[in-house]
Design a protein around this ligand. Structure first.
Ligand code: PLP
Ligand code: COI
Length: 357
């Protein structure tokens, strides 16, 4: 159990009056959680402070060699005014796994969940009321040693910030267009694809920017060796629905981020009676199956993106429409069930919800 000290912000900000225009990750709450790591001392001094800038030496290692990990989660407000988290221990475990790869001392899952819950509890008035909006939570760890040698840092900061947010895509729940990237890659065997570390995103920005210039919401990444197999999208995992009501997603291979929404959708899909499959998905086969009408729906899954229908894929200059262009039936059902559980509108048979008391 952490003993968290709290210093309240004496100059709290005005809360947004129009929650339908929050956007994603633009506005931050009044407080942040911090905890330090030092060699020989371990993680210590957990505290919640007024939100504000960090003063850091310009030679701090994270600025140069990106020894950094992060997570993404949300807190939801129910109609009864309760505040709840969705599978927070899964994010805590993923951070442990990412830390291991990035040579960062892990934070025990129970401490991670306690820290998130303590900050959200203090910021509960910031959890939006508007339909579909929530409090996005961004925990992260940075290496804080000062010096330019390339080594694992011996000191770190664990920080959590929160941002009241709406839909990740400007399109909201409306379908998005995705660009299949066949020049740049996001990950390769032995690298950090399965990690939630900032470096993965830094390396992806150029392809994302080029896709955006062409009017696409995000990039669909292929494997880093042959550029033949579908991996995932910039900020979400990909799912395809076949005409026989099978939901198929690329199998985890060390290069794909093991999404918590991905796992939840697979479990919900199975419970609803659909077939679910994790497979090697060859891009040419998938394109052929879309054209032949065998793939009837496609969507991405992610904490920020939730369940996001994809109605067009661009591959080697050709744009291929999926289904009839609007959100598919199974996609909609999965979206309704997942968000129903998250916002407490329907029962939580899986025991995924953790209430913030
Ligand atoms: N893949 C990538 C690259 C992501 O950034 C995300 C977002 O977190 C996901 C997949 C989906 O993961 P999760 O459902 O845990 O949010
Ligand atoms: C999330 O869905 O939580 C993410 O981290 C996506 C993010 C890169 C915007």
């Amino acid at each position: 159990m952490l003993e968290i000290k709290i210093e309240k912000n004496r100059q709290p900000k005005e809360k947004p009056t129009d929650e339908t225009r929050l956007g994603f990750g633009k506005l931050f709450t009044d407080h942040m959680f911090l905890m330090d790591y030092a060699e020989g001392q371990g993680w210590h001094d957990p505290r919640i402070l007024p939100y504000g800038p960090l003063a850091m030496d310009p030679a701090t290692t994270v600025f140069h060699y990106a020894q950094e990990v992060f997570e993404g989660m949300k807190a939801y407000r129910t109609a009864e005014g309760e505040i709840q988290l969705f599978r927070p221990e899964c994010n805590g475990q993923r951070m442990v796994d990412t830390c291991d790869r990035m040579c960062i001392p892990a934070i025990p899952v129970e401490d991670y969940v306690q820290a998130v819950a303590a900050l959200v509890d203090l910021e509960r008035d910031w959890v939006p009321h508007a339909d579909g909006a929530s409090l996005y939570i961004r925990p992260f760890i940075i290496g804080t040693d000062v010096g330019l040698g390339v080594h694992a840092s011996k000191s770190y900061k664990f920080i959590i910030i929160c941002s009241p947010s709406g839909a990740y895509y400007a399109e909201g729940i409306n379908p998005v267009r995705i660009y299949v990237e066949d020049e740049y890659i996001r990950a390769a065997p032995g690298l950090t694809g399965f990690c939630k570390c900032g470096g993965n995103y830094a390396a992806s920005i150029k392809a994302g920017a080029l896709a955006e210039e062409k009017g696409f919401a995000q990039v669909l990444w292929l494997d880093g060796v042959e550029q033949r197999y579908i991996e995932e999208v910039g900020a979400m995992n990909m799912m395809f629905v076949y005409e026989d009501q099978r939901i198929v997603t690329p199998a985890l291979n060390g290069s794909i981020l093991p999404g918590i929404t991905r796992d939840s959708v697979l479990k919900l899909g199975k419970q609803m009676g659909y077939g679910t499959e994790e497979a090697h998905m060859e891009i040419h086969d998938v394109i052929a199956d879309i054209k032949a009408g065998k793939i009837t729906e496609a969507f991405g899954t992610g904490t920020a993106a939730v369940v996001s229908p994809v109605n067009k894929i661009c591959f080697k200059g050709e744009e291929i429409g999926i289904g009839n262009g609007s959100i598919g039936k199974i996609t909609q059902k999965l979206y309704d069930t997942l968000t129903g559980i998250q916002f407490g509108k329907i029962d939580d048979p899986m025991g995924w919800i953790v209430k913030v008391k």
